[in-house]
Design a protein around this ligand. Structure first.
Ligand code: GRF
Length: 199
């Protein structure tokens, strides 16, 4: 199943998604930061890359139209956000209704938005984690598909905690994506379940 990965930074999760291809294939990378490490990594992997700043376009709708035009020949069935630091607009949401997945480094609905790891440390929670969710028009508000806890240690800095969360994400995200494509998802109100679950 062809999917497209969206990323703005390091791209450690994006690279893991490529490493664990099987049920799905990562046919393209979309980045809003041409100079991001993830862009370099995907070029080296020989994958198709769209790397343009939103500032190169008159507005966000035009930026997202350009992404859709780039993606069209690859026909991705899902858009998989992995550290894509931009709110998805109505153009992409309309083209991929409930077919956009995001990864967030906290147990939503706790600590949405930017710097979720810093927020969790500042609050003093003892457990945080990571969430895979469907993307809607809000910031980290869409229906939750999967979550994994990660303990916060007294000695943690934002860097050590973020790294430990990423290690969990690297296993979780490819596994959840594969399962979605193998089994299918059902959305009942806000509640998501796998089609073959509970049969
Ligand atoms: C991940 O922790 C993800 O949860 C968040 O941003 C981080 C991206 O890291 N959305 P990387 O670019 O995959 O290394």
């Amino acid at each position: 199943v062809p999917v497209a990965v969206f990323a703005s930074g390091e791209g450690s999760n994006a690279v893991q998604l490529v490493r664990k291809e099987g049920v799905y294939r990562v046919v393209a990378l979309v980045s809003d930061r041409p100079e991001a490490p993830v862009v370099r990594k995907f070029r080296r992997l020989g994958r198709a890359v769209f790397a343009r700043s939103v500032r190169d376009f008159p507005d966000k709708a035009a930026f997202e139209e350009a992404i859709l035009a780039f993606l069209r020949p690859f026909a991705p069935r899902w858009l998989v956000l992995a550290g894509y630091m931009r709110l998805v607009g109505p153009t992409l949401l309309g083209a991929y209704p409930w077919r956009i997945l995001n990864l967030h480094p906290a147990l939503l609905p706790a600590f949405p938005g930017k710097d979720a790891v810093g927020q969790a440390l500042a609050y003093g929670v003892k457990v945080t984690g990571t969430t895979v969710h469907l993307v809607d028009q809000g910031v980290d508000t869409g229906p939750i598909v999967a979550q994994r806890p990660v303990d916060v240690r007294p000695t943690d800095t934002p860097e050590t905690l973020a790294a430990r969360i990423k290690r969990v994400e690297h296993r979780l995200y490819p596994a959840v994506l594969s399962r979605i494509l193998r089994e299918g998802l059902v959305l009942e109100g806000r509640r998501v379940r796998f089609l073959r679950e509970g049969e």
